[in-house]
Write a protein that binds this ligand. Structure first.
Ligand code: SF4
Length: 698
């Protein structure tokens, strides 16, 4: 017990996209506890991660000195280096030497092999200002659009469908709108584990009488509150959703007037759904025709209905088609643009919305402006004072492939951990090991930093000022609460130091200056200033004036597309890329669990969270466990055509027979050694939610 706090600092939770506001309680410059604050997304509530997930910043494994790889130490894929003792592979360096070495290696490759031989991964763990500066560095200093981050592994397919269909990738309504919803659909998401405070709003709405419909191949804890639980077969979303669309079309439950006013392409699209009768789709998706009809009718006839989705929808080779079906549901029934209606892809990371908005993606400048549009490029060239590359860059998985092909030779990775998060880790780790020059900027010697030539010790979230944007489009202020350890530095200024060594000539002095420049290039942030976010703690975009609240619901008078029309896009049934067979008879699905965040680099270094969930697990049904002839808690080996892991079997009857679910936070049994790197053709997101696997007793 460290005693009563001597001061407090208001900030935002660093974990999920809900964006709970919190207060750090501090004693002797150490966080001793955390309380919920009355933010717009949490109203004083916090989940276990927000409440207890703070002491990673004091973990003894924190990097406190810049490090350079020792001469002659090879990079070996899958090599384990004890993060407490990096000195077997690295030596300490001064900041000057480390920055010179980091930037010098990138410059050598740029000048010798061309700009496209470089790439950068920024991070949704960082602030909007860091994301903005990082993409600006890659575009102006490296001279390439090869810049991406974890949105590619998260909601890239949702973004591609939303931009195509409604002209904006952000949510059309905040999740708080469920208070006005008669019907709430939650599909391919497990909010009680992954967006726990948002889940409390869904449960409250259900208690007040909203019809909550859960659609998921796994049972979820929210099914206890549901009016209908539709546990459809893995990978059959398009069949199930098109059957519902078929009912709405066949029974003329669509809103003809809304379609005429705001939607294009209905006549051709309607022809396509005629083939998807509930009777024909029922055996494919595993939901009986009567239930498909009942839920379709309830959704279409409701005064107000809203749809939430998560990575169960997006992480498929047909992820964009899944989202297109959800968009079609909302558009043909007019369940969008009014209180209690809309489309809401639940964002995963605390700042994945903001980092994407800020341009940390290979095809768009800030505010989703195409890098391939000459007029837009000219605007950015004028603003940034440099010639910009005209073609879109490579995405996360494409960058790994390009390293294998010898096209990309140098990378700068800030805060991401692709040696744990990318699909098919044997492929990804070999790529990282093959890089001629890798700079990693992080809090710990992560599984990715093991392959670095230069490691730069960075700032944790409670150590810096900056804004983040949550799933609700709320721009919120994070504030430095405690000092940086040792010689660690603010990420923003490390990025600037690298940029200036590459000739960028930047001179930002305060994080607010970066926000102001970013906002000046982003119409979406009109009327949002650094001072306003500081004063109000949270401002929702879009906002129509400096003194009025932002809009919780958008698209009340058309869409940001040509003519104001939204667009319907037809979809076809398409099987997952790799289906079970004789050799690999199980379906493997991966994801998160309540206590651990993504690759575990922070939460597994947090005492309380790691004490609750200390062990890598495979979740299996009772039927599967009996069939394997094992007991819960026994070790199993899970293998796919790409790799194998051994981990503890946990009985979980929410998982269907024949399916194995593995959280991807555990380095000792890294789920992504197994996953399939095949991509959705539009969003370029890998199929994390489905591949063929074998499960055996060890
Ligand atoms: Fe943090 Fe999300 Fe939990 Fe809120 S719900 S405390 S943002 S992890």
């Amino acid at each position: 017990y460290l005693g009563a706090p001597d001061r407090t600092v208001d900030s935002v939770c660093p974990y999920c996209g809900v964006g709970c506001q919190l207060t750090y309680e501090i004693k002797n410059d150490k966080i001793v506890s955390v309380s919920g604050r009355n933010g717009p997304a949490n109203e004083n509530r916090l989940c276990v991660k927000g409440r207890f997930g703070f002491d990673y910043v004091n973990n003894p494994q924190r990097l406190t000195k810049p490090m350079i790889r020792k001469e002659g130490v090879p990079k070996v894929p899958h090599e384990f280096i004890d993060p407490s003792n990096p000195w077997t592979h690295f030596r300490e360096a001064t900041w000057e030497e480390a920055l010179d070495r980091a930037a010098g290696g990138l410059k050598t490759i740029r000048d010798r092999d061309g700009s496209d031989a470089l790439a950068g991964f920024g991070s949704a763990k960082g602030s909007n200002e860091e994301a903005y500066l990082f993409q600006k560095l890659v575009r102006t200093g490296f001279g390439t659009n090869n810049v991406d981050h974890c949105t590619r592994l998260c909601h890239a397919s949702s973004v591609s469908a939303l931009l195509e269909g409604v002209g904006s990738a952000a949510v059309s309504a905040t999740f708080n709108e469920v208070k006005n919803s008669e019907v709430i659909i939650v599909i391919g998401a497990n909010p009680t584990e992954n967006h726990p405070v948002a889940a409390t709003y869904f449960k409250q709405a259900a208690k007040r009488g909203s019809k909550l419909v859960i659609m998921d191949p796994r049972g979820t804890a929210m099914k206890r509150h549901a009016w209908k639980m539709m546990q459809f077969k893995n990978g059959t979303d398009v069949a199930m959703l098109n059957a519902m669309l078929n009912v709405i079309v066949t029974e003329k439950l669509y809103d003809e007037q809304y379609i005429q006013t705001y939607v294009e392409g209905f006549a051709a699209w309607k022809e396509n759904v005629k083939d998807f009768t509930p009777e024909e789709m029922a055996p494919i998706c595993g939901i009986d025709a009567d239930t498909l009809r009942e839920v379709a009718r309830a959704y279409a006839r409701a005064e107000s209905a809203i749809i939430f989705w998560g990575m169960g929808v997006s992480q498929h080779t047909h992820g964009t088609d899944n989202a297109r079906c959800l968009i079609a549901l909302a558009l043909i029934t007019g369940q969008i643009g009014r209180p209690g209606t809309g489309l809401h892809p639940l964002r995963g990371q605390n700042n994945v919305q903001g980092a994407s908005d800020a341009g940390l993606i290979p095809m768009f400048f800030p505010d989703y402006k195409s890098v391939e549009n000459p007029e837009i490029r000219a605007q950015y060239e004028s603003a940034w004072g440099v010639k910009l590359p005209p073609k879109r860059g490579k995405t996360v998985v494409e960058i790994m492939d390009a390293i294998h092909a010898g096209e990309i030779k140098g990378m700068y990775i800030e805060g991401e951990n692709p040696a744990m998060s990318d699909p098919d880790l044997n492929h990804a780790r070999q790529a990282l090991a093959d890089l001629e020059h890798l700079v990693v900027q992080d809090l710990f010697l992560t599984e990715t930093a093991v392959y670095a030539d230069v490691v730069l010790p960075a700032s944790g979230w409670p150590e810096k000022d900056g804004t983040v944007t949550n799933t609700n489009r709320q721009v919120q202020m994070g504030r430095a609460a405690v000092p940086l350890p040792g010689d660690a530095r603010q990420d923003l200024w490390i990025i600037q130091d690298i940029a200036n060594r590459l000739g960028c000539g930047w001179n930002y002095k305060h994080v607010g200056e970066v926000f102001t420049e970013m906002a000046s290039l982003m119409p979406a942030l009109a009327n949002i200033t650094w001072e306003r976010v500081e004063r109000q703690h949270a401002v929702t975009y879009p906002v129509d004036g400096p003194d009025v609240p932002g809009r919780d619901v958008v698209f009340d008078a058309g869409f940001p597309r040509p003519g104001g029309f939204a667009k319907l896009v037809a979809t076809k049934l398409q099987p997952p890329d790799e289906v079970p067979d004789h050799d690999y008879p199980f379906i493997l699905s991966t994801g998160r669990q309540l206590e651990h965040w993504h690759t575990g680099s922070m939460t597994r270094r947090t005492k309380v969270l790691d004490a609750i969930e200390p062990t890598a697990i495979a979740q299996l049904s009772r039927g599967t466990i009996e069939k394997l002839g094992i007991e819960p808690g026994d070790m199993v080996r899970v293998s796919t055509r790409r790799g194998e892991v051994e981990l503890q079997a946990r009985q979980d009857d929410a998982v269907p027979d024949g399916v194995v679910f593995i959280p991807f936070a555990y380095v000792e049994a890294a789920a992504n050694l197994l996953t399939n790197p095949k991509l959705d053709p539009f969003g370029k997101i890998p199929e994390f939610k489905f591949c063929a696997a074998k499960v055996e007793a060890v």
